[in-house]
Design a protein around this ligand. Structure first.
Ligand code: ZN
Ligand code: ZN
Length: 374
């Protein structure tokens, strides 16, 4: 059984600082990543065991008294011996090896996005909708562990559970240590001996499920509804991401949406527009009466307050903007023609005074402006 002081090459009264320094020097020379080979590995083990005893004041005192902190002094390596301690000494406390360590198999799941189409009525008033989502869920066989039921993980024997392997590059400045995720365990520090058959060790599987979502009144195409924790479940039983439901509002055959206002056109016979009347409109809020003033022009706009789309934020609703289109009769019988000719004579309009005007200022211009929201 070798003497720990001799192994480290220090005096019996060496200070803790001298012991640490000696250990680091030897560990750099002998570490298996630097110096492969059975002999170096054996020496590295005894150097590490010696350091483990001599760096701990209590163990060192016991050793000096002739006793031993463990059952056998030479068997120190690997018995109640923390690898982190070696790495700490090796890299000087907060070294790279100590700071990183193995990564967790648990990861937060990704957010998921699904597009859902609603009709205009649902966008105006809000609705509940059942949707079908296809996301990763926890594996029912292994409950996220990734191992076949009844089996587990074992410590990776390549990296010793650290998840990192050290590499030494020689440079003009000396040896430079770098650490890389262990390829054998992908940096987890543990290996799944028998991966779950259902999820291949991922801990999650894809699954389609139904969700009932509340679509608030006022949504528009592009509105996103966030459902926390309804996205993809993470690997290794990690927390799920969020689910975003992106709304697509289907075009309506009658109403065109502009902001929170709705626009529609109503056709009126020439006589009704001239004489005035009351018409009944079929709106999203049911039948609504609209008073048509005598002398209503084609392109004239009437606003029905509060019959538009609900404001998504805040309260109240937009308006329903009704554009009037006056329809000129096309097919006149003899009696109707006679009546209209009488009217034309009475109004002195047999040969009307027609003058050209700038395009865009007449009726069509006004209609165009109203439709483009100007
Ligand atoms: Zn599984
Ligand atoms: Zn490993």
């Amino acid at each position: 059984m070798s003497d720990h002081y001799e192994t480290l090459g220090v005096a019996r009264d060496a200070t803790p600082e001298e012991i640490k320094k000696a250990y680091r020097r030897l560990a750099r020379q002998l570490h298996p990543d630097v110096n492969p080979g059975a002999e170096a590995e054996e020496r590295f083990k005894s150097v590490s065991a010696a350091y483990d005893v001599l760096s701990d004041p209590a163990k060192r005192a016991a050793y000096d008294r002739g006793g031993d902190a463990f059952g056998g002094a030479a068997g120190g390596y690997g018995q109640g011996f923390s690898f982190t301690d070696i790495m700490d000494a090796f890299f000087g406390g907060q070294g790279a090896g100590a700071a990183t360590g193995p990564r967790s198999r648990q990861r937060r799941g990704q957010d998921a996005l699904i597009r859902v189409q609603v009709d205009l009525h649902d966008a105006v008033f809000g609705t509940e909708k059942e949707i079908s989502v296809d996301t990763a869920v926890g594996c029912p066989t292994c409950h996220g562990a990734g191992a076949q039921p009844g089996t587990g993980t074992r410590t990776c024997d390549v990296c010793g559970g650290r998840g990192q392997v050290q590499h030494v590059q020689r440079s003009f400045m000396g040896n430079v240590m770098t650490s890389r995720p262990c390829a054998t365990c992908q940096g987890y520090g543990t290996v799944i001996a028998h991966p779950c058959v259902q999820c291949s060790g991922e801990g999650r599987v894809r699954s389609r499920r139904s969700l009932t979502i509340r679509v608030p009144a006022g949504v528009d195409t592009g509105t996103r509804i966030q459902l926390a924790g309804e996205g993809e479940v993470g690997a290794g039983n990690g927390p799920a991401g969020d689910l975003y439901v992106e709304i697509v509002v289907a075009n309506h055959p009658t109403f065109v949406r502009r902001g929170d206002d709705l626009h529609a056109t109503v056709s009126l016979p020439m006589t009704a527009a001239a004489l005035g009347t009351t018409v009944t409109l079929d709106t999203l809020d049911g039948e609504q009466e609209l008073d048509v003033e005598p002398g209503t022009q084609s392109g004239q706009v009437t606003t029905l307050r509060g019959l538009g789309v609900t404001h998504l934020r805040g309260t109240g609703r937009g308006d329903l903007v009704v554009h009037v289109e006056v329809v000129t009769p096309k097919h006149l019988d003899d009696e109707q023609r006679a009546l209209l000719e009488q009217l034309a004579v009475a109004r002195g309009e047999e040969r009307p005074d027609a003058r050209l005007a700038s395009h865009g200022t007449g009726l069509f211009g006004r209609l165009k402006d109203a439709l483009s929201g100007r």
